[in-house]
Design a protein around this ligand. Structure first.
Ligand code: SF4
Length: 401
């Protein structure tokens, strides 16, 4: 599950807590909040692009469509095309769009319609992605456009993920401006997130190439539903990824997301092979994917295929969008999932959306001491030094400097 684009979790989940490092970076918490527009949720563009609020508001426009030729399509007979970007492999007639709503066949060529037009731009704690082993306590310049290649019934960003580019307010932000502003504002990373970033692939790759030469890093929160070719190309610029493993059955993916499990597993293996730092999020939804036998099977697969040191986040579900009738996930269910993962041998097992839960913290798998203490998105003490546990010297996977 991608984090909410408007920084509003559905309940009291601590999402407005600022990390110590952020408040340090911006001198004071008050100053940071001023930057963020009083609440972290609408930080967005007014501050991020250094414009007076009115100017920025005037820049946000409905109906923006900026095209860029896709490198991933195959021409078919009669001017139709087949998109090769994600496993849906949409076959699209002239003048029509694919499932994601943001790619259009114009005279037998396939175009992205969202290049340079983000509809969400925020400065987030990197913990919100969530990435717990990547530059803890730093700020991540986060962006999304309209559209998605899934239609998850539990999506918390459905207002933008299930929209066409014309239906949302977007901004004109070329890649250079995005990267310059991320640097100026003091972010340590640029995050492609909130919706499935694959659908704004060309924009992401162009920003990513500039980020790579800027001293920042590229991070990505994705549903993993991307074809191997584009993924391998993306890996050239990608430093870290959090991939949603939404359930461990194809039935779950088909019924609730409009996708399939197998391509997601392939993506996870590719990211591991390509040495992109990898974390996994599993949103635990009551009655849908909360059978501990399924959790166990998933954890065994992760251990075998990706390694015991792959961090996993069991995240709490809150009723919204099309699953409003379900209850929020009991904390006891998350506790059980965490216990299952630890018993299988996974070494870094987290609980998300439950502030002050012990599972927010990082523990050394060898000496068991606390390595990183967290409360919501606030980071306390960090006992990882040069990528190692400061107590016993065990190497801890991640990006630490
Ligand atoms: S990226 Fe969009 S158009 Fe291309 S195959 Fe996926 S859903 Fe279809």
């Amino acid at each position: 599950m991608s984090e909410p684009f408007n920084n509003q979790l559905p309940s009291n989940t601590g999402n407005r807590i600022l990390s110590k490092a952020q408040s340090n970076f911006h001198q004071t918490r008050r100053e940071f909040l001023r930057f963020c527009g009083a609440s972290f949720c609408t930080l967005s563009a007014t501050y991020l692009f250094g414009l007076p609020e009115t100017s920025w508001a005037q820049m946000a426009k409905k109906g923006l469509v900026k095209t860029k030729l896709s490198p991933y399509f195959t021409p078919l007979e009669g001017g139709a095309i087949q998109c090769e970007l994600c496993p849906h492999r949409c076959r699209v007639a002239k003048g029509k769009r694919g499932i994601c709503r943001v790619r259009e066949n114009r005279d037998g060529k396939y175009y992205s319609l969202v290049y340079g037009n983000p509809c969400a731009v925020h400065l987030d704690p990197i913990e919100k992605k969530p990435l717990f082993h990547v530059l803890p306590g730093t700020a991540s310049f986060s962006l999304a456009t309209a559209g998605c290649n899934f239609y998850c019934k539990f999506c918390q960003n459905w207002e933008i993920s299930q929209a066409a580019p014309e239906d949302v307010y977007s901004y004109e932000v070329p890649p250079e401006l995005m990267v310059n502003r991320a640097k100026e504002i003091g972010a340590r990373s640029v995050a492609y997130t909130y919706v499935e970033p694959t659908i704004f692939y060309e924009y992401m790759v162009d920003i990513g190439a500039l980020v790579k030469n800027s001293g920042l890093i590229n991070v990505y929160h994705s549903n993993g539903f991307i074809n191997p070719g584009p993924l391998k190309n993306l890996c050239k610029v990608l430093d870290a990824a959090n991939i949603d493993l939404k359930g461990f059955s194809d039935h779950f993916y088909q019924e609730l997301c409009g996708g399939n499990l197998e391509p997601v597993l392939e993506t996870l293996k590719t990211l591991k092979r390509e040495k992109v730092h990898l974390e996994i999020t599993n949103l635990v939804i009551p009655t849908k994917n909360d059978e501990m036998s399924m959790v166990r099977e998933m954890c065994l697969w992760i251990k075998k295929e990706l390694g015991a040191d792959t961090p996993i986040h069991f995240s709490r579900f809150y009723p919204l969008y099309k699953l409003k009738t379900l209850p929020q996930t009991p904390v006891s269910t998350l506790d059980k999932a965490r216990a299952v993962a630890l018993s299988v041998g996974l070494e870094y097992v987290y609980v998300g959306n439950v502030p002050r839960h012990e599972g927010e913290n990082t523990f050394c798998p060898k000496c068991k001491k606390m390595l990183i203490q967290r409360t919501g998105y606030m980071v306390g003490e960090i006992n990882v030094k040069a990528g190692k546990c400061k107590y016993c010297g065990k190497s801890i996977p991640g990006i630490w400097t």
